[in-house]
Design a protein around this ligand. Structure first.
Ligand code: ARG
Ligand code: ZN
Length: 470
């Protein structure tokens, strides 16, 4: 911290000194490089300093036959300091050109950092437009826990999932959840292919070469890890929930349909979630079922979660849906806050069961305490291997304690404050931070203030505790 404060002081001091010695006005030396990372506790290089993105416009041309992607990213951002250069996170691909405010910009690449040096320094507060042209075959990344993320090719297409940093494999950006933005994602694909992404399908047209152009629009702020793409011969189903939220789902061949199995209850689950957590945060809902085996997990991509093969259990559909409130609308400030995503999504599974004739949340809580797999087949996992709010390393942010230990923290609050205050807290939290970001400290402060209970013991033992909670 001291170091940060010092360097913040140092820049103006150096500028003043330069102005004195060279006789220049402050203007000519006001820009300085934006930071190359946001110092996230688990992914320190993720994201970049000095600006905040308002909007991404991605124009992506993909050919499944050869795996080549041609992209243009137009990023509209606001400078938070004078900038002589700034960084974007980008992995692989060839950068063909960069302009800032329409003028050619110099750039260079080191690792996953693309450094852009505009022809003219950007002023603090300036809204500026950066265009990056790129091409190549995007490649997925391996997560610290060994799973795959990013752009993943399938037998007849591709899927993109980005938690935590995989989105940098298919578009340059400020890839940290603390910088949310609206998106327009347009895909051009060969005839016969569907291209599915987040938000609303604005148009589906044919270009001069007979290819299909899909224009997707996400007006609500989105963390970049929640951006998705699914290209392939999907079967699309559209509709509306009983209360009018739009539905758009896409299912890979051989994976059933959107109206069979657990997915068939999605419209009803959206209504249920709105009752439990407050209004559904997005204009559309749905699901993308990608070919089984494409990836080893489901992901709560915004408005339209990705499932690897048809989900076999209602709980999984409920889990990804609950993330739309917890994770997608209320997003973590850093990857340390992951339990706020996964604890709530797991607790939602327990609530769904409780409300639909299954075990109560109290029964789930007791089952996990006792390791009783009759109530939940996962009840014997090492949910207490570490405290939910302190994963030991980057490979642990999606580990069991974050999910089940996180859900147990929420249930402990419910035990302390009672149902009425607990559900008011859940709805109030989702409302207060709707379409924003929040941290663990924000949550503990809010929980205490909104319920009027001193929850320090719950935090000490269940959230941050080192020993097994007793
Ligand atoms: N957030 C996803 C979910 O709970 C799981 C992501 C798993 N990713 C990983 N690298 N293990 O639905
Ligand atoms: Zn989850």
């Amino acid at each position: 911290m001291e170091h940060r404060a010092l360097s913040r002081l140092a820049a103006p001091a150096v500028a003043a000194l330069l102005a004195l010695t060279t006789g220049c006005t402050g203007d000519t030396v006001q820009g300085r490089p934006g930071a190359s990372g946001l110092r996230d506790p688990y992914f320190p290089r993720a994201g970049n300093g000095g600006y905040q993105v308002d909007h991404y416009a991605l124009d992506l041309d993909y050919d499944p036959a050869d795996g080549q992607l041609h992209g243009t990213a137009v990023i509209t951002a606001r400078a938070e300091q004078g900038l002589s250069s700034f960084n974007l996170d980008f992995s692989g691909m060839n950068v063909e050109g960069v302009t800032v405010q329409g003028e050619g910009a110099r750039y260079n690449r080191t690792g996953n950092e693309l450094t852009v040096r505009p022809a003219e320094d950007l002023k603090k507060g300036e809204v500026f437009r950066t265009e990056i042209d790129y091409s190549g075959k995007p490649k997925p990344l391996e997560d610290p826990d060994g799973s795959k993320e990013g752009w993943i090719t399938t037998e007849d297409g591709a899927v993109a999932v980005g938690e935590p940093v995989g989105s940098m494999t298919w578009f340059p950006g400020n890839h940290h959840p603390s910088d949310k933005a609206s998106y327009d994602i347009t895909f051009t694909v060969p005839r016969g292919y569907e291209a599915v992404s987040n938000g609303e399908l604005r148009s589906r047209t044919e270009d001069a070469d007979g290819r299909t152009v899909f224009a997707w629009h996400s007006p609500e702020p989105m963390a970049s890890y929640l951006a998705t793409a699914a290209i392939g011969p999907y079967k699309v189903t559209t509709g509306r929930t009983p209360s009018g939220t739009g539905l758009y789902s896409a299912v890979a061949p051989g994976e059933g349909t959107a109206d069979t199995g657990p997915l068939a209850r999605l419209p009803e689950m959206v209504e249920w979630g709105s009752g439990r957590f407050g209004p559904y945060p997005f204009a559309t809902a749905g699901a993308i079922v990608v070919p089984a085996g494409t990836l080893g997990y489901a992901l709560e991509t915004q408005g339209r979660p990705v499932f690897p093969g048809a989900p076999a259990e209602e709980e999984l559909v409920v889990h990804e849906l609950a993330h739309q409130w917890f994770g997608d609308s209320v997003s973590p400030k850093s990857w340390k806050d992951m339990w706020l995503n996964e604890g709530f999504a797991t607790y939602a599974e327990w609530l769904w069961a409780e409300d639909h004739g299954g075990p109560t949340a109290q029964e789930y809580f007791e089952a996990f305490e006792a390791g009783d797999t009759d109530v939940d087949k996962d009840a014997d996992v090492a949910w207490d291997a570490f405290p939910p709010a302190s994963p030991p390393g980057a490979g642990d942010i999606s580990a069991d304690p974050v999910y089940y230990g996180g859900a147990m923290v929420l249930h402990r609050i419910r035990q302390e404050v009672g149902d009425e205050k607990f559900f008011a807290l859940v709805r109030g939290w989702a409302a207060d931070h709707r379409h924003g970001n929040a941290s663990t400290a924000d949550f503990t402060a809010y929980a205490g203030a909104s319920t009027g209970h001193d929850l320090k013991k719950v935090w000490d033992v269940w959230l941050y505790g080192k020993a097994r909670p007793k």
